[in-house]
Design a protein around this ligand. Structure first.
Ligand SMILES: [Zn+2]
Length: 396
C-alpha cells in the first residue's frame, strides 16, 4: 500500500486519505505494468552507446523491410478456381493454339480425341445392305458372325431341350414345308449377302410353347418358331410372312449389325461418363435415341425384304397385311398401352405402323408375285426353276 501511495506522487494523511491513496496507487501500479501509463519519474538521459545501438537497430529494421517480401498467410483454394501464375508465353503460338479451337480442359480434349478416332472408325466401316441399299455401320465379319451363331445355337438347343417338336409332328411338317419354299426363293440373296460369307446352314425348329407368339433366327440360319404363333398365322401364307421376315434378318445380316450397334452404345456411354454425365441416365437416353430406333429400322427392313421374298416364293403378299391385322387384334386384347408409347419403348414397330408400311410396299411385291406366274402349274414350275438357277429378286 505504501508503495502504491508513493507511486501516485502525493502524500495523503488520515485513515480515509490513506485508503484513497492506497486504491489510487493500486490502479496506477496496474496501469504501469500493463503499459497504459508511463512512469512519471524523469527519464535518465541515454548514453552515447545506447543511442548508437538504437540507431543501429532502426537501420537493420529498415533494411529487412526492403529486402524480404511480406509473409502472407496461406489460404486454401479449390482446384477448379486455382490458377497457375501467369508465365511469359509466346503470343504467336498462343494465338494459333486458341484459333485452332483446342479446348483447355484436359478431359474434354481426351473425349474429343476419342470421338474423332471413333468417327474415323465409324466411317471406315460403313457399308450398304446388298438387298436394300441402306447404309449402315457394321464391323463384325461374316465368319465371326457365323461362330457366334453356332455358340448361340448350342445354347438355345439346351435351353429348349425337351420342348422342341420332332420332325414327324404336324406342326414341324407345316413349318418346314413353308420354310423350304422361302429358303429356295432367297438363295440368290443368301449367296450375295456379304463378301466371303459362307452360305447359310438353314435349320428349322418348332418349340412347343403355346403362350409365345413369336419366332426368331440365329446367325447361320437357325430358325425357331413357337407353337403359340401358329394360330395367328392361320394358313401357309401367314406362316410365310413370319418365316420370310426371319429369313430376311439372316440375309441382311441384322444380327451382326446389332452387335456392331452395341459397340457404338458402349463407346457413347464411355464418352458421356468421361464428361461426368450420369451413366445410368445417359445409357437410357442413348438407348431411346439410338438403339431402339435402329432396332425398329432393322425390323422394318426385314418386313420389306420378307415381303419380297414371300412374293418370290409364290405366297400372296396381301396375306401379310391380314396376318399383322390378326396380330394387332391379339395384342390389343393383351394390353391397353397406347400405340405411341409402345412405339417409343419397343424394339419393333407397332403393328399399325407395320400394316401401313406393308400397304405402301404392296404394289411392288405384287408385281414380283405376278411375275412368277404362280397361279398356273407350268409357270410355277418355271418359276421354281428360275429360283433354282439363282435369279435375283428384282429391286426398285
Ligand atoms: Zn424381326
Amino acid at each position: 500500500m505504501m508503495l502504491a501511495a508513493r507511486m501516485c506522487g502525493r502524500q495523503y494523511h488520515g485513515i480515509g486519505a490513506s485508503r484513497s491513496a492506497g486504491l489510487y496507487g493500486l490502479i496506477r501500479l496496474y496501469a504501469f505494468h500493463t503499459g497504459r501509463v508511463r512512469s512519471r519519474q524523469p527519464r535518465r538521459p541515454r548514453t552515447q552507446g545506447e543511442q548508437f545501438a538504437e540507431l543501429l537497430r532502426e537501420r537493420m529494421e529498415e533494411q529487412l523491410k526492403h529486402s524480404t517480401p511480406p509473409i502472407k498467410r496461406a489460404t486454401y483454394q479449390r482446384p477448379s478456381t486455382y490458377r497457375v501464375p501467369a508465365q511469359p508465353v509466346n503470343q504467336f503460338v498462343e494465338a494459333r493454339r486458341r484459333a485452332s479451337g483446342v479446348v483447355d480442359h484436359p478431359r474434354l480434349s481426351l473425349v474429343a480425341i476419342i470421338l474423332g478416332g471413333a468417327g474415323i472408325y465409324y466411317v471406315c466401316h460403313l457399308e450398304q445392305v446388298p438387298s436394300t441399299g441402306r447404309w449402315r455401320f457394321i464391323d463384325v465379319g461374316p465368319l465371326d458372325e457365323w461362330k457366334m451363331g453356332q455358340e448361340a445355337y448350342r445354347s438355345v438347343l439346351q435351353q429348349y431341350n425337351g420342348r422342341i417338336l420332332p420332325s414327324w409332328s404336324v406342326q414341324h411338317a407345316q413349318v418346314n414345308r413353308v420354310a423350304q419354299r422361302i429358303i429356295q426363293a432367297c438363295r440368290y440373296l443368301d449367296i450375295h449377302r456379304a463378301q466371303g460369307a459362307p452360305p447359310s446352314q438353314w435349320t428349322v425348329h418348332v418349340v412347343n410353347d403355346p403362350r409365345q407368339k413369336n419366332a426368331f433366327v440365329l446367325p447361320g440360319g437357325h430358325i425357331f418358331v413357337f407353337t403359340g404363333i401358329l394360330p395367328v398365322c392361320e394358313n401357309d401364307a401367314g406362316l410365310a410372312t413370319v418365316l420370310a421376315h426371319e429369313v430376311a434378318h439372316q440375309i441382311a445380316r441384322h444380327s451382326a449389325e446389332k452387335m456392331a450397334g452395341s459397340k457404338i452404345l458402349m463407346a457413347g456411354g464411355f464418352a458421356l461418363d468421361m464428361l461426368g454425365l450420369d451413366i445410368g441416365l445417359s445409357r437410357i437416353m442413348l438407348n431411346l435415341l439410338l438403339s431402339l430406333p435402329n432396332s425398329r429400322r432393322i425390323e422394318s427392313e426385314a418386313d420389306e425384304l420378307g415381303l419380297r421374298i414371300m412374293s418370290q416364293a409364290c405366297y400372296d403378299p396381301r396375306q401379310a397385311v391380314q396376318f399383322w391385322q390378326r396380330m394387332n387384334a391379339d395384342e390389343a386384347r393383351s394390353g391397353p398401352l397406347a400405340d405411341s408409347a409402345r412405339q417409343l419403348l419397343s424394339t419393333h414397330p407397332v403393328n399399325s405402323q407395320r400394316i401401313s408400311n406393308i400397304q405402301h410396299w404392296l404394289p411392288y411385291a405384287e408385281r414380283i408375285y405376278h411375275s412368277q406366274h404362280c397361279g398356273s402349274t407350268m409357270p410355277a414350275i418355271q418359276a421354281l426353276q428360275r429360283n433354282a438357277s439363282l435369279q435375283p429378286i428384282p429391286v426398285n
